[in-house]
Design a protein. Structure first.
Length: 338
């Protein structure tokens, strides 16, 4: 369950400034104020209620050589939602005061201006709820690319936000899901999402033996790697059956990877790199993710678990990195709504 609710929040008067957090050095943030931007034609200004914290932020947060500091105010926040506060000329199909989700780029702030065609209205069924539509859309698009069908055996490696959402979607599609993850709380989450079997992610060979035992040595029809590290990718190749499908859902951003191409060739497997970059495809997935959450097919209470004030973005990022028991996804909200 997320720690607080926005159900009792009341809209603030229009602010004179944007309150934003920027990362000034590895592991360090500061809160700044910038002038309130005015939307141009075709744009809207959104008063942000909250923004999800993505694991893709962790590599820049750690201070790699390629990252420069300080970052721009609000930078890295791309999972935000809020209320339309002002509309530029020519905007149709939206109204001031309407609640929307969007995939921006400076969502660690109290306000953001975006193109109006990137805002997705939120249904009344999600009133007062945190709605990080961008990662919901990622899960829906990965599920589409995975081509999971009823009766298949699907192994999912890594049960964080994406892995848990995919567990639910695959189970609802009639697949038999084997969930593999490090933390017991993650395995319990996978079971609540519909996983038929779970395996602790501790020993490479033991996991292989367990999946073999569970499948009569046939292995999995579809394997989804949702961690973004070398070992899980190695493991995924081992667990997929001959002629099966390996879906890379993890975000690999900390350097090159090596793969056992001899094994991949011999098995004749399909390889799907399931990160979508086409803006229209991303928006389509977000719409589907919002609908799935509104209909209860994706449980936001179970998927969005830890809330922090915007000024404590550093704590939210550290929690995303350290993942204590029970943690799935953090989100931050401006103090005016906390």
């Amino acid at each position: 369950m997320f720690e607080d609710s926005l159900a009792a929040a009341r809209p603030d008067p229009v602010a004179a400034h944007v309150q934003a957090v920027r990362v000034v050095a590895p592991g360090r943030v500061e809160t700044v104020e910038t002038p309130l931007p005015q939307p141009d034609a075709g744009q809207i200004r959104i008063r942000i209620e909250g923004c999800g914290v993505c694991a893709s932020n962790l590599e820049p947060w750690s201070g790699p050589e390629w990252q420069s500091f300080p970052m721009e105010p609000g930078a890295m926040g791309h999972e935000a939602w809020g209320v339309v506060e002002e509309m530029g000329a020519g905007v149709t199909g939206l109204r001031e005061g309407q609640r929307v989700a969007f995939a921006g780029s400076h969502g660690y702030a109290s306000h953001e201006v975006i193109s109006a065609d990137g805002a997705l209205p939120l249904p009344d069924a999600l009133a007062g709820r945190p709605v990080p539509a961008e990662p919901l859309g990622c899960a829906m698009n990965i599920f589409c690319r995975a081509q999971i069908a009823s009766g298949q055996t699907v192994a999912i490696i890594g049960i964080g936000f994406i892995g848990a959402a995919l567990t639910a979607l695959a189970a609802q599609a009639g697949a038999r899901v084997i969930a593999i993850s490090r933390r017991e709380s993650s395995l319990e989450l996978a079971r609540t999402m519909g996983a038929a079997e779970t395996i602790p992610m501790q020993d490479h060979w033991e996991i292989m033996r367990e999946v073999g035992r569970m499948t009569g040595d046939r292995l999995a029809d579809v394997v989804i790697e949702a961690v973004g590290q070398q070992w899980p990718l190695d493991l995924a190749g081992e667990l997929v059956r001959e002629g099966g499908r390996l879906v890379i859902a993890g975000y690999h951003q900390d350097g090159p990877r090596q793969v056992n191409m001899q094994m991949w060739n011999w098995k004749g497997i399909d390889i799907v790199s399931a990160h979508e970059r086409d803006a229209e495809v991303q928006l389509h997935g977000m719409r589907e993710g919002i609908a799935a959450a509104a209909e209860g097919r994706l449980d936001l209470d179970a998927l969005v678990t830890h809330r922090y004030p915007l000024s404590q973005l550093d704590r939210a990022l550290d929690a995303t990195r350290d993942k204590t028991e029970g943690f799935v996804k953090a989100w931050v909200s401006p103090e005016a709504l906390a």
